[in-house]
Design a protein. Structure first.
Length: 229
């Protein structure tokens, strides 16, 4: 009996030892599970924060690009509106011209000396009025320059902006007429002044003149205009 009790005692002790060991193991598992769950939650939160930050950066980038595009295309958008008005819907700004002006937004108009010198260096002197009168389309992405006498000149501020719009009719020595749309002031230039202008052709147009006839012109998106002494 004592031996049985002794073995039972040993068994009970063994049982308690086993249960204690099992408890330690379960505790470790629970701790491990808790730690793992905590790590997952932390990783998820970090991932969410990273995604939110990335989305915010992407939104800022898109907004910045949209703002830059809007700024670059401002004068092209002006011209897109003004050209049909000035030509009685006879001419519009083509997508080719729109893209060319937007791509070279610092030259249309040329506001400072660096831009003026740059546009002067881009002139294709092989394109004459005869080329434009035949078909202006091949030259819409060219900068051209001609000289002539100012027949008429108008200048005004664009409503609700700080921008200026000028419209100048110039006739060269051979009787070819050009209508220049220029988004800057023309300074001290007046009618009958002899000038040189730089710009990109948009296409042919016409208007009724004071004699009752029709004047055919090449419409020019102006970059710069200056008086020749």
């Amino acid at each position: 009996m004592k031996k049985i009790l002794k073995w039972l005692g040993i068994g009970v002790v063994g049982l308690f030892v086993g249960l204690f060991a099992l408890g330690l193991m379960l505790g470790e598992d629970e701790t491990s599970e808790t730690t793992t769950a905590s790590e997952v939650a932390t990783e998820q939160k970090t991932s969410d924060n990273t995604e939110e930050a990335t989305e915010a950066e992407e939104t800022e980038t898109v907004e910045a690009e949209a703002e830059e595009t809007s700024s670059n295309s401002k004068y092209a958008e002006y011209a897109e509106y003004h050209i049909p008005v000035l030509t009685d819907e006879g001419l519009s700004l083509s997508s080719t011209s729109y893209d060319f002006v937007t791509k070279n937004d610092s030259l249309f108009p040329a506001m400072d000396n660096n831009a003026i010198q740059e546009v002067k260096g881009m002139v294709d002197s092989t394109v004459t009025a005869k080329h434009l009168n035949k078909n202006a389309n091949p030259y819409l992405e060219k900068v051209l320059s001609y000289k002539g006498t100012v027949i008429s000149i108008e200048e005004t501020n664009i409503e609700d902006t700080e921008d200026t719009v000028s419209v100048i009719h110039v006739m060269d020595d051979e009787g070819n007429s050009y209508q220049i749309l220029l988004y800057k002031t023309t300074g001290d230039i007046l009618e009958e002044d002899y000038v040189q202008f730089w710009g990109a052709p948009v296409g042919p147009s016409s208007f009724e003149n004071i004699s009752g006839g029709t004047t055919n012109v090449q419409f020019i998106m102006g970059s710069h205009l200056e008086k020749i002494s």
